[in-house]
Ligand binder design. Structure first.
Ligand code: MG
Length: 205
């Protein structure tokens, strides 16, 4: 990742702090992309796609970016992470896809970053390709987190990397579902810790 690429990722719209973004990039570098493509659950405006997309490019692989682009529960009006300008004024619903596309296009990563637009569980139930790298940063409610674990983590290839965002072992620091519904079950399923940076956890199968 060049200094300019890093700068661009840091400036992109989203909720990932710079140190966690750097750690996410380092985690993707650990992936053996011969095992399969990279995939992220929860792309929002494309910030994390910039950290991961350069790895897809440099390894001649693909990053799939899964999101319905209608915003998670916590992004809706009245919730903590709502950004009103992301609401499509004609429809009255959120639409982050145009910004995602623009972000990826501006970074020159379009050939290696493929958007999967739709309901995560519906796509997950029909997905069979093993993954060298999985990043889960989807809906932070209990049910979405549980489903992300259940449907996507079995697809991580042996030796593959799993990264999880917004993992807070201490309830005082943030919401429980990524920790309780994804991180702990992953350990139980045989993943082992590789690193922890802020709320980002990196594990290997
Ligand atoms: Mg997050």
């Amino acid at each position: 990742m060049t200094p300019l690429e890093r700068q661009r990722a840091e400036a992109a719209r989203g909720f990932m702090p710079a140190d966690e973004g750097a750690a996410l990039y380092e985690a993707a570098l650990l992936a053996d992309t011969e095992l399969g493509p990279l995939l992220e659950v929860g792309s929002y405006c494309g910030k994390s796609a910039l950290y991961l997309g350069v790895v897809a490019r440099d390894t001649d692989s693909v990053l799939f970016c899964l999101d319905h682009h209608r915003g998670s529960e916590e992004n809706q009006a009245g919730w903590e992470h709502h950004e009103p300008d992301l609401v499509d004024p004609a429809l009255g619903v959120m639409d982050t896809l145009p910004i995602f596309r623009r972000t990826v296009y501006d970074a020159g990563l379009e050939p290696w970053v493929v958007a999967l637009v739709g309901d995560g569980p519906r796509i997950g139930r029909n997905w069979t390709t093993p993954l060298s790298f999985l990043f889960i940063d989807g809906g932070h409610g209990e049910e979405p987190a549980r489903l992300d674990f259940e449907l996507w983590t079995p697809l991580v290839a042996e030796g593959g990397i799993l990264a999880i965002h917004d993992v807070f072992p201490d309830p005082a620091d943030g919401g429980r579902p990524p920790y309780e519904q994804i991180y702990l079950p992953a350990l139980e399923a045989g993943f082992t810790d590789v690193s922890a940076t802020g709320s980002l956890r990196v594990l290997r199968r």
